[in-house]
Design a binder for this molecule. Structure first.
Ligand code: SF4
Length: 222
């Protein structure tokens, strides 16, 4: 599945050429990413925000890129939007960091929180691909349009495709649902029927049902 190679990205691995990240352990991939200079964002970041949560894990969420708080702390989805994400997940009994693995399409913050550009996402993809192979989620939530575009390769506004299930190309075991990004929900706080927050609640009920189904299938196969 994972065919991308990455060149020499840190001193420890300097003698390994065209290394296939998917043959490495989680900690090894994380260490390589921590010293990555494959795109210009390496020049402006404070920290590489690799990802956080259990490995493997049945559910994974991919956002777009670290913001200022994430860059400072080296963790994904902290700050105001992170707090809202935590509340949204807790509403269906998913506790961070124990029950969900969280990452972004980019590991470094774009200056001024601008939208990731395709070349940066392309450069960073091997890390995300390795994470998908190591975390092995059954359910994947894509938060925000840039992550949907990069991971599912669908060029539709999130408002049109949120709440629908997709299959991840090349990963038949992973069911994918696009959801609104929490920072969008912070800008649209109304909870009336049909509002982004109300729709996100409907999406979370779907996710809860999918997790319960997964749990039952697991119990039956034991
Ligand atoms: S964004 Fe990704 S590819 Fe670019 S420097 Fe950071 S880790 Fe490397």
């Amino acid at each position: 599945m994972c065919r991308r190679n990455i060149g020499n990205t840190c001193v420890k691995y300097a003698n390994i050429k065209d290394m296939d990240l998917c043959n490495l352990s989680y900690e090894e991939v994380k260490e390589i990413a921590s010293k990555c200079q494959k795109c210009a964002l390496s020049q402006t970041r404070i920290n590489v925000v690799f990802g956080h949560g259990p490995v493997p894990c049945d559910i994974m969420l991919i956002g777009e890129a670290p913001g200022a708080d994430e860059d400072e702390q080296g963790l994904p989805f902290v700050g105001r939007s992170g707090k809202l994400l935590t509340q949204i997940l807790e509403s269906i009994n998913i506790k961070r960091p124990d029950d969900i693995y969280i990452a972004n399409t980019l590991k470094c913050r774009p200056p001024g929180n601008r939208t990731p550009n395709p070349s940066e996402q392309e450069a960073c993809w091997p890390y995300l691909e390795a994470q998908l192979n190591l975390v092995k989620p059954k359910i994947l939530l894509l938060s925000g349009t840039p992550s949907v575009k990069r991971v599912l390769k669908i060029d539709e506004p999130i408002s049109k495709i949120r709440g629908q299930w997709f299959k991840l190309p090349g990963y038949p075991d992973i069911s994918v649902m696009p959801i609104f990004h929490p920072s969008y929900l912070l800008r649209n706080p109304q909870k009336t029927k049909g509002s982004p927050k109300w729709l996100t609640w409907q999406d979370m009920i779907e996710v809860k049902n999918a997790l319960e189904y997964l749990k039952k299938v697991k119990e039956l196969s034991e």
